[in-house]
Design a protein around this ligand. Sequence first.
Ligand SMILES: [Zn+2]
Length: 83
Amino acid sequence: MDTLEWLNLTPKLSDIDTWAKLWSVHDDPFPHIRCRTCDGYQQLRDSSKPFVHSPTCKLMGGQSRFPWRDLLWIVGNSSGNDL
Ligand SMILES: [Zn+2]
């Protein structure tokens, strides 16, 4: 799958409130997203890979495999609607 195809996939999580309940964003010492449930994290450079949750995380194998993609999609679509 190329990057454009990946970015255009509609995520299961399509609003920022739902997204923010599952994830938190950090930029120190590098940009990364953390799972609020298991505290697993993923760097921006790994954004096209499935998120690695801890084996006991309830989000494991669910809808939350590409948090960076979902975030980009949400940001892109919500700003477009207002302009
Ligand atoms: Zn998790």
